[in-house]
Design a protein around this ligand. Sequence first.
Ligand SMILES: [Zn+2]
Length: 180
Amino acid sequence: MRNLWRPKAQVLIFYLEDDRFAFGFNSLSERNTILRGGPWLFNKQFLLVLAEANNMTYPSRVPLVHQESWIQVKGLPFYYMTRQMGKFLGNQLGKYVLTDQSRMKERFGSILRIRVRLDIQKPLRQYVALQLEGRTLSVDIRYEKLPFTCFLCGIMDHVEDQCEKYHGPQDNDYAKPYGR
Ligand SMILES: [Zn+2]
């Protein structure tokens, strides 16, 4: 984890159980930088889900079900590349956090970039259908730093052969809508 974060402060790591760890920081700002800086991918593919704990919580019982992520929305008409639209889309996908204003100025590559708090137990959506001026428009959703995700159902917290939709190695690629 130290290699992943390259922290500027001291980090203590405690192993709790299974895949669960507790981290202690001697700098609040460094703690917040790491907490808000995710998603962090372990071995470049496994999502490290972080949640805050305080002196009164049992670290082994803190629910690890949400992850903030940068999301790129592609296919929006120029006029709708706004923070208001970012907020609307963000709340369709999870809980809206913010819109990348640095990209808004240049309207970079016609991508609207938003940060969203996702429920990792729900399938990742690959598009959102919008009603704009009486027309239905489908916009593509891309997730930055996407961890290893189940190819069958698009959920982040397990892989294909642990999935309830898994029927065995005979499943062909057409049965894997989230395959990359
Ligand atoms: Zn699955």
